[in-house]
Design a protein around this ligand. Structure first.
Ligand code: AMP
Ligand code: MG
Length: 334
């Protein structure tokens, strides 16, 4: 018997067909459910479970830097600095520079200084309601991304800006860091899901095929999938009006704000999915395009190299960027 087992193991090693068990863990982090699944890794010292636990520790470290509400985070200290310079980490400087890039690229549709408006709308609160118009107007005047000044490792918020919020970009930045960490530690096949941010490392080695990353049906309340994007080594990020919202007098008020009005963006889109190499680009662009709307958003996506998108409008129509004519494939769910 022993001989047979040894022979089987030996054969599996020779033919390279020893299949690794898929390992998956979920944690509640970044205000959402985060799941990491490893399909294959070649790390001689650490198990897949250990690698996932370490990745979650890294995620928690980033949350402690980027959170608006965790006291002592870089963002908390910036928001409580009363206009004084604040010393922050390299990661915070980097993410602020990326945010500024997308604010410029989107002509202000993406703006992390919308923070006071998000606090006022309080979409995560117990009983959110539409704030008084005068209050929205007063806080809209505090939105201006050009007033975030960085020099070396210091950040200063100049008046009228009082606060920033990385909710539209942090998950993408963190997904990139986690994928780097896992790759550096021998992971060749894995998926990372941080709420609406998905990232595929390599392809699905368990089934010898690319990964199928799902786009949620924005109109289905059970979170069912509308279709799949077939891809390897890519990020897929969705911004949707169904992710955080409340209904008042029959109207849906969702968490993606138009910095120009101070109200939830009313561009006619209800879901924007970006497919890109880096998840921080996808995260910033999904929010940007949601606010820009179909025409301007799709024009922006088609002007960018190696970035693709699927937009869904309020009537359920789907729109695909040019890359779907060849490189990327979309398959509707059955
Ligand atoms: P996302 O789900 O990535 O589209 O990001 C939405 C989150 O980003 C919201 O919950 C707010 O915290 C913040 N936010 C809302 N509107 C904007 C905007 N126009 N630009 C940047 N951040 C925003
Ligand atoms: Mg985003």
């Amino acid at each position: 018997m022993k001989k047979i087992i040894l022979l089987a193991v030996g054969l599996a090693m020779l033919t390279g067909c020893a299949k690794q068990e898929r390992v998956r863990q979920s944690e509640f982090m970044l205000d959402t459910i985060c799941t990491i699944t490893i399909y294959n890794e070649e790390n001689k010292d650490k198990s897949s479970d250990e690698l996932i636990s370490e990745a979650f520790e890294l995620c928690s470290d980033y949350e402690k830097i980027f959170s608006r509400t965790v006291e002592d985070s870089d963002i908390y200290r910036i928001n409580h600095s009363n206009g004084q310079p604040v010393e922050v980490s390299d990661d915070t400087i980097e993410i602020l520079e990326i945010a500024e890039h997308y604010s410029e690229l989107s002509a202000g549709a993406f703006d992390i200084t919308t923070a006071p408006l998000s606090v006022l709308w309080d979409f995560e609160g117990e009983a959110p309601h539409v704030p008084p118009a005068e209050e929205i107007e007063a806080l809209r005047a505090k939105v201006d991304h050009t007033k975030i000044k960085t020099e070396g490792n210091t950040v200063t918020l100049e008046p009228p800006v009082e606060a920033i919020d990385l909710g539209a970009i942090a998950k993408g930045y963190i997904a990139d860091r986690l994928s780097e960490y896992l790759r550096e530690n021998g992971v060749t096949s894995a998926t990372i899901s941080l709420g609406g941010n998905l990232y595929a490392i390599g392809s699905n080695e368990e089934e010898n095929r690319p990964f199928y990353l799902g786009i949620q049906d924005p109109k289905a309340e059970d979170g069912s999938i509308l279709g799949y994007v077939t891809t390897s080594d890519k990020s897929l990020v969705t911004s949707g009006d169904y992710q955080r919202f409340f209904i008042e007098d029959g109207v849906r008020y969702h968490h993606i704000l138009d910095p120009k009005t101070g109200y939830p963006s009313d561009s006619g889109l209800c879901s924007v999915t970006i497919i890109s190499d880096s998840s921080v680009d996808g995260d910033a662009l999904s929010t940007s395009c949601f606010v820009l709307g179909l025409d301007q958003g799709m024009e922006l996506i088609n002007s960018l190299d190696k970035i693709d998108a699927v937009f869904i409008d309020n009537d359920g129509n789907m729109y695909f960027s040019d890359g779907f004519d060849g490189e990327i494939e979309y398959t509707p769910a059955e």
